[in-house]
Write a protein that binds this ligand. Structure first.
Ligand code: COA
Length: 192
């Protein structure tokens, strides 16, 4: 295992059956810029994502936002890569220390519908609860984002609230889900 220690936080490379989750680096910006700016990816992300996406959008995000968050121990960001072609970035997944929206993810559309993000989330949830030691994970999703909501529902998260949020595609109804560490452990025990 390769551990990288930051000022307050820590991050480690993740491996699942089909994926490598590699800690985000500045050198990833060019590939992210190629893959990320697509409507299917951004429409249900929070409107902090600039749209249309500027030519230096990925580099600005990685250098000015994501890496400083990691250095401050506020967030943990990984690129998602196929285990068989680990040089290729196909998505990203993040954990963030705050009240709600502790986890965010996107995957390149060519790779959708194979259970890959569900697979990544199992490793990531373990990291949140067992490595970082948090007691609850909360996420919010646009109600219209059926695929993303399905991942939360099938991995044992409970619906705890409704609201509205500003997404790249506009202000939309949203739902908040949560799972505690004990619930996550019970869900995993049921899985195996
Ligand atoms: C959300 C996202 C990461 C899902 O990735 P993925 O690898 O395709 O997801 P998975 O295959 O692991 O799981 C998707 C689940 O949703 C289900 N699903 C997909 N489309 C669906 C639909 N229209 N209605 C109901 N269920 C649907 C799948 O069947 C699967 O559930 P299952 O395992 O029970 O069959 C991907 O769609 C994405 O990148 N979207 C754009 C970014 C985004 O919205 N991120 C989340 C912000 S909250």
């Amino acid at each position: 295992m390769v551990w990288r220690w930051y000022h307050l936080g820590m991050i480690v490379e993740g491996r699942t059956e089909r994926l490598v989750l590699r800690p985000l680096e500045l050198a990833d910006s060019a590939q992210i810029q190629e893959v990320f700016p697509r409507w299917e990816i951004v429409r249900f992300l929070m409107n902090v994502v600039p749209w249309p996406y500027p030519p230096d959008g990925a580099e600005f995000y990685v250098r000015e936002i994501a890496l400083p968050q990691m250095e401050r121990g506020e967030a943990w960001h990984w690129t998602i890569r196929p285990a068989r072609a680990a040089e290729t970035i196909i998505g990203s997944i993040s954990l963030i220390r705050r009240e709600v929206d502790n986890r965010g993810f996107w995957l390149s559309p060519e790779w959708h519908g194979q259970g890959l993000m569900s697979e990544a989330c199992v490793w990531i949830n373990d990291f949140w609860f067992e490595t970082l030691g948090f007691e609850v994970l909360r996420v919010s999703k646009a109600v219209a984002n059926t695929t993303s909501r399905r991942i939360s529902e099938k991995q044992g998260m409970r619906l705890i609230g409704h609201g509205e949020k500003n997404y790249v595609s506009g202000r939309l109804p949203s739902e908040i889900f949560e799972i505690t560490r004990d619930e996550w452990r019970a869900w995993k025990a049921h899985l195996y």
